[in-house]
Every structure is written in structure tokens, then in C-alpha cells.
Ligand binder design. Structure first.
Ligand SMILES: NC(=O)c1ccc[n+]([C@@H]2O[C@H](COP(=O)([O-])OP(=O)(O)OC[C@H]3O[C@@H](n4cnc5c(N)ncnc54)[C@H](OP(=O)(O)O)[C@@H]3O)[C@@H](O)[C@H]2O)c1
Length: 370
């Protein structure tokens, strides 16, 4: 039996017109190991914003109930050519209750349960999800479980990668984000050193309250001195950066190299042999990544994405990680939200302008049945 409900879609036309609107949709009955989830809560994460709003001019958009139409400026419109004309769903993850199931055993076992899921259309009253990707939430609320996948598994993935690469410490360039706070708690639990970079004094305080010992404020005049001292004390030559644009990675590599050089017995014109590794895993700054190589030759910069990581580590590791997330959902892996909105409220100018700023502690939670 099919089910009807409201769902959000985002469409970018080749002339740069971006339309984000709620539509009435008929959801088919789930088949095989699919489940139909009545979605109760879904976070608006930075990765969702990339497809929802991108670089669109939201100040001058036309807003009407359940819809806005904005202009995507160049070069971002041409850069999004592959999606021109496509009507796309949005919302990577969320939580809700399974109200119908396919005839597969995994699906049948979830009937009636509250689950966290990754359907890709979480800004919707209903979503079809793969039972194998659903995490049964037991007595937890949908709000507890809404962000149970993307940030927890990514932060845990960083710790997994660091350990697999023989590191005893790591560095993170946006320490106060939801993900950064999770990483701070994970590193404490796992005995990993962590250097947190932030850009405001209240973020230093926030992380210190969480027990973070090495917090460096990039806005301080003596930022590089603080950064070198933190790297020296922790041996963090391995880090993760969600900013992407600008000179953050450059500064980190420079500080790592300068620390490494102080530990050399002999001068070398080629710099240190210390391996320095950074992963860019987000684009909070969409500008160019600027590197001014003055950090020897022992450095690697690469990208990091959750789903390829999960595929690379295999089912057993993923299962262990998911179990840890579920057991610590409201502690280590808790997320905080500034506001709860329904689908229509999500598309008002006031809300859009607010959540697109991606400020610390200001994430929105979409509750389609609010
Ligand atoms: N690669 C992957 O698979 C993957 C998976 C999960 C998450 N991510 C990425 O992880 C990042 C954090 O996600 P989240 O949900 O934890 O974020 P969040 O809680 O919404 O927080 C966003 C943070 O980013 C900071 N920020 C925004 N723009 C910035 C800029 N230009 N320079 C420096 N800091 C900036 C904000 O600080 P202020 O308050 O100072 O603005 C805030 O602390 C996002 O970039 C997301 O895309 C990637």
C-alpha cells in the first residue's frame, strides 16, 4: 500500500534559478529489505546545506509558504552543471518510526521500531530506507538518534584511521563543531592526544569545559607559537580539516615542520623527515586551498569522506563503531540544536539565513510532524 506525505526538493536550473520547495509525494510500499520510516527528526548538517542552498543569494530570494526561489551566482552555477534540471531530495540522515516493511527478514525485524537511518531524503514526512543501514534506537527519542550516523561515524573514523596509522595524537582544525566536540570526547576515552583549533574565545572555553587540554585560538596574535607548543607536547603530526579553503592546512604543516626541525640532530636543506599528514574533509570555506610549501617534503594532503572510509574498513569494524555510537548516544555522541522547525518553517527567510551561517551550537533540527 502506498503512503502520501510532504517532502522537500531542491532544483537548480541551468540559468542559475534555485527552487527549494515542499511537495506532496506518494511513497511506494517498501520491498525486500526496505523499510518505510515516518521521519520524526533530521539535522541540517553542513553537507546538507551544500545541496540545499550552496552559494545561492538567500538575502534576495523570493520566499512564499513552503518554498523559496533564489539565484545561484557564478562560478557556483556553472560548477554545479551536473545537477542542472534535476529535482533532488535532501537530508542525509534522521530518525523516525518504521511503519511498513518489505518481506525481507532484516526489514521485518524492524517493524514498529524507532530507528536512525540514512535515507538521503530525510526532510520528508516519510522515507524509504535500507534496513541494513538502520540503527534501532531502543528507548531513545528521535531527537537523540537524529544525528546518530554522519558525525559520530566520521569522528570515530578519524580515531580509527589515526590508530591504524600508528598515531598517538591527532589535530582537528574546527574543534568546537558538533563533530569536534564528539572527537574531543572520543580521544579522551581512547587515550589519544588531540590538538583542537578554534577561532573564538568562547570556543576555547567550551572545549576546556569538555576537558580538552590543547586548544589553540587561530585569532590570537601568538597563534603559531601556541600551535607549535601544542604539537610539540602531543606529537600530533596527523590531522583533519573541514575548512578546506584558505591557509589553515598551510599553517598546520608549517607548525608541524618547525617543531620537527627543532628535533633534528643535523641541518638538512630538504627539511625534516617527519611525516606530516592532513585530510580535508569539508568545505566550510569554498575558496582555494592555499599552500606555500615551506614544510619540507614529508607531507601528504588528501581528502576524507565517510562512505568510502566505511567501505574500506569493512562490516565488522562498522558494526563495532555503530554499537559504540548506540551505547553512548546521549553522552560521547550527543549533538545539540538551536531550533526545531517543521518543513514549512525550515524554508522561511529567518530560518534559512540563520542555519546557513553554520555557527557553533546553532544547528537546526527538522521535525516534519511538529
Ligand atoms: N567528509 C565527511 O564525510 C564528513 C562527514 C561529516 C561531517 N563533515 C563535515 O564536518 C564539518 C563539521 O560538521 P558539524 O555538523 O559538526 O558542524 P556544526 O556543528 O554545524 O558546526 C560548524 C562549525 O564550523 C565552524 N565554521 C563555519 N565556517 C567556518 C570557516 N569558514 N572557518 C572556520 N570555521 C568555520 C563554525 O564555527 P563559528 O561559530 O566560529 O562560525 C562551527 O564551529 C562540516 O564541514 C561537515 O561538512 C564531513
Amino acid at each position: 500500500m502506498s503512503t502520501t506525505g510532504k517532502q522537500l526538493f531542491t532544483t537548480l536550473e541551468s540559468n542559475g534559478t534555485l527552487t527549494v520547495a515542499i511537495e506532496d509525494v506518494t511513497f511506494p510500499a517498501p520491498t525486500g529489505n526496505q523499510v518505510l520510516v515516518k521521519m520524526e527528526a533530521a539535522p541540517i548538517n553542513p553537507s546538507d546545506l551544500a545541496i540545499l542552498v550552496g552559494a545561492a543569494d538567500l538575502e534576495n530570494a523570493e520566499y512564499s509558504p513552503g518554498k523559496y526561489v533564489a539565484t545561484m551566482p557564478e562560478p557556483f552555477n556553472s560548477g554545479s552543471k551536473a545537477r542542472h534540471g534535476l529535482k533532488l531530495p535532501a537530508g542525509n540522515e534522521g530518525a523516525g518510526t518504521v511503519v511498513a516493511v518489505g518481506d525481507g527478514d532484516k526489514a521485518k525485524a524492524l517493524m514498529g521500531q524507532r530507528v536512525a537511518c540514512v535515507p538521503g531524503n530525510a526532510y520528508s514526512q516519510y522515507s524509504i530506507a535500507d534496513a541494513g543501514m538502520c540503527l534501532p534506537l531502543g528507548d531513545h527519542t528521535a531527537e537523540d538518534g537524529a544525528s546518530a550516523f554522519v558525525n559520530p561515524m566520521t569522528a570515530l573514523g578519524f580515531a580509527e584511521n589515526a590508530k591504524a596509522d600508528g598515531q598517538s595524537a591527532l589535530l582537528h582544525t574546527v574543534g568546537a563543531s558538533n563533530l569536534g566536540q564528539m572527537l574531543t570526547r572520543i580521544c579522551q576515552e581512547d587515550g589519544l592526544g588531540l590538538v583542537n583549533l578554534v577561532r573564538k574565545n568562547d570556543q576555547v572555553e567550551l572545549l576546556k569545559k569538555l576537558g580538552s587540554t590543547h586548544v589553540v585560538n587561530t585569532s590570537d596574535d601568538d597563534f603559531m607559537t601556541q600551535l607549535k607548543a601544542a604539537i610539540d607536547e602531543t606529537d600530533a603530526f596527523y590531522g583533519f580539516d573541514p575548512i578546506g579553503g584558505g591557509k589553515t592546512v598551510d599553517s598546520v604543516f608549517k607548525a608541524m615542520e618547525q617543531v620537527a626541525v627543532t628535533k633534528m640532530d643535523e641541518y638538512s636543506r630538504y627539511g625534516s623527515n617527519q611525516q606530516k599528514r592532513m585530510f580535508i574533509y569539508g568545505r566550510l570555506d569554498t575558496g582555494a586551498t592555499i599552500l606555500s610549501p615551506s614544510f619540507g617534503f614529508g607531507w601528504t594532503l588528501s581528502g576524507w569522506l565517510l562512505f568510502p572510509f566505511l567501505q574500506s574498513v569493512g562490516g565488522e569494524t562498522v558494526g563495532r563503531m555503530r554499537k559504540r555510537v548506540l551505547e553512548n548516544l546521549t553522552t560521547t555522541f550527543s549533538s545539540s540544536y538551536k531550533k526545531r522547525v517543521d518543513l514549512e518553517e525550515m524554508l522561511t527567510k529567518e530560518a534559512v539565513m540563520d542555519y546557513r551561517a553554520m555557527k557553533t551550537g546553532e544547528k537546526y533540527l527538522v521535525m516534519p510532524w511538529k
